[in-house]
Design a protein around this ligand. Structure first.
Ligand code: SF4
Length: 552
């Protein structure tokens, strides 16, 4: 089975994918082997992906890269709304953990607007609040924040201890909303609410939908109006997407949630179309907005030049206006004249190099396109908090069993808004579908991955170490928590949660940034010299391993 000189899908080094999987699993006790075995697959039939174990609890004792539900709610989805005051009700550690660690940057755009994102507000719960309850303290914190800043809205996030002692944050929020006359709402996003940050995304979607969407019916004067859902402006990605769509003449009402204001979210139901970047974190919102207002949605990807081109063309086709379709082609041609010579040059050095990606709930898929642009092979990939549909495609949704963890999250019952449901939109959707246009769909990651590559859900530190030992990929795209483990083993890590200090990587200019970064990282000699202190006895195989493709 094992073939050290294989040049198959797993690259120039290491065993075939099935052997690698066995090797990773063999250290575990039998019960853990059975569980992890379902979450680690060889992608044997990309056209009809096998069922993967996903969105299940991490085995205690395995070191996971996941975040908690609070991190998904406040840290990912709501936190980037810059003119809301975000108050964490809980011990200070939770608030500290979520303080700008996602690097979703923003800037003030309108007269008199305020950016509160640089603040980390918390009720700083102490032992006596745990014993006697923290509701009074929360009310006092809301009052203090209001007196100091007079924001348009305040959002409150419950962390683990709050849920355990039973503080009713929603009643406190309602009382303070009546008292202060501004929008104040809470999220029961205690860290333990789900198996990962994914639960927090769902809770956040529900809260945004209940407390913000549809509050402002002001008409938007633009010919083509869309929302971008699931784009968090890490490193300025949303600004690059804004730039391209603006060149095409397409207006974005709201980007949920990257560089976005409270007012834009309240008004974003006025859009003609929702396009979804990160399917996992926000597909709930797309579904609910379609149900209530009739706004259709489809999946896009602005990471990678082919994905960007395809997405722009699809948006133009949706509107079906020749002027827009032509304009999009002009923009693509102009942007590609800058991208192509740079990519052609970089590809001479990156062709055949290997990458692995273990990020989030869409990035491990999206970023494969950028590596494909550079003629690199992705030998293994997986998500931290995805569900089966993110791997296998939305057609498996009816077959996913609802378990106790999923039942923990509120499912909103949404019906058509009597006055604001726009029936012309579903009619347009139907007629486009009859001509082969696809909506409300996502084919998932495995269909696009090569045959016989590894797909690993919720990868552990042990599995990552084995992967590096066996394959020594030229680069790994990963998150903040595993970055240093990877680098200590002599492999460059492109940190794709917050990009460290890099980015943007979306769109055309972002792609150029990414190509240059990967060229620099995979061409550097420094990784062969990297040795952790505990390897001074000479047992540092990864650091010393030469690859046939590495630059001299
Ligand atoms: S798991 Fe609980 S205690 Fe830990 S950061 Fe999340 S909310 Fe806070």
């Amino acid at each position: 089975m094992s073939d050290e000189n294989s040049t198959g899908p797993m690259g120039p080094h290491g065993p075939d994918a099935a052997t690698a999987r066995e090797e990773m699993l063999k250290v575990y006790p039998k019960k853990t082997q059975r569980k992890r075995g379902k979450q680690m697959l060889v992608n044997e039939e990309p056209g009809t992906p096998a069922e993967i174990g996903a969105n299940s609890r991490t085995v205690p004792g395995i070191i996971t890269q996941r975040g908690c539900s609070y991190a998904g709610c406040k840290g990912v989805v709501i936190g980037p709304i810059y003119d809301i005051l975000h108050i964490t009700h809980g011990p200070i550690g939770c608030g500290w953990y979520s303080w700008l660690s996602r690097r979703n940057i923003t800037k003030i755009r309108g007269e008199g607007e305020t950016n509160y994102l640089q603040y980390s507000m918390s009720t700083d719960m102490q032992e006596d609040h745990i014993v006697f309850g923290g509701e009074k303290q929360l009310a006092a914190a809301i009052q203090e924040a209001y007196d100091e800043f007079h924001p348009k809205a305040i959002s409150v996030y419950a962390t683990c201890p709050v849920g355990l002692i039973g503080d009713d944050i929603h009643t406190v929020c309602r009382t303070m909303k009546e008292k202060l006359g501004i929008n104040i709402f809470g999220f029961s996003c205690e860290g333990y609410k789900g198996v990962s940050q994914s639960a927090g995304h769902h809770i956040a979607n529900n809260g945004v939908f209940k407390h913000m969407i549809g509050l402002d019916d002001s008409p938007v004067e633009a010919k083509y109006k869309i929302n971008i859902l699931g784009e968090y402006n890490i490193g300025g990605d949303a600004w690059e997407i804004d730039r391209i769509l603006d060149l095409c003449g397409i207006h974005i009402i709201g980007t949920l949630s990257g560089g976005v204001s409270y007012g834009e979210i309240c008004n974003c139901h006025m859009a003609d179309l929702n396009v979804v970047m990160c399917h996992r974190s926000i597909n709930y919102m797309a579904e609910m907005m379609e149900e209530k207002f009739g706004i259709p949605w489809f999946k896009v990807n602005f990471i990678g030049i082919e994905g960007t081109k395809k997405s722009l063309r699809k948006i133009a086709q949706y509107f079906g206006d020749k002027e827009l379709i032509d304009r999009v082609e002009e923009v693509i041609a102009a942007e590609m004249s800058e991208v192509k010579p740079i990519l052609d040059d970089i590809t001479t050095r990156t062709t055949g190099k290997t990458a692995a990606l273990f990020v989030g709930g869409s990035r491990a898929h999206h970023y494969q396109d950028l590596f494909t642009d550079m003629d690199m092979k992705v030998i293994a990939a997986g998500y931290e908090f995805a569900h089966r549909d993110d791997y296998e495609g939305r057609d498996v949704l009816p077959h996913i069993k609802v378990d106790a963890d999923s039942r923990n999250i509120e499912e909103l019952t949404v019906t058509a808004d009597e006055t604001r449901f726009d029936a012309s939109k579903p009619e347009k959707k139907k007629s486009l579908e009859e001509n082969g246009f696809t909506f409300s769909d996502y084919e998932g990651m495995m269909r696009q991955m090569a045959k016989d590559t590894l797909v690993i859900d919720d990868i552990s530190h042990h599995e990552m170490e084995k992967l590096i030992e066996m394959y020594h990929p030229d680069v790994i795209g990963s998150g903040i928590k595993d970055k240093y483990i990877i680098e200590k083993m002599g492999v460059p890590c492109k940190q794709l949660h917050s990009y460290d200090y890099g980015g943007p990587y979306a769109g055309f200019k972002g792609a150029i940034n990414f190509y240059k970064e990967i060229d620099r990282m995979t061409g550097s000699k420094v990784w062969k010299l990297a040795r952790a202190p505990w390897h001074e006895d000479g047992s540092a195989p990864a650091a010393e391993k030469e690859t046939t493709t590495a630059s001299a």
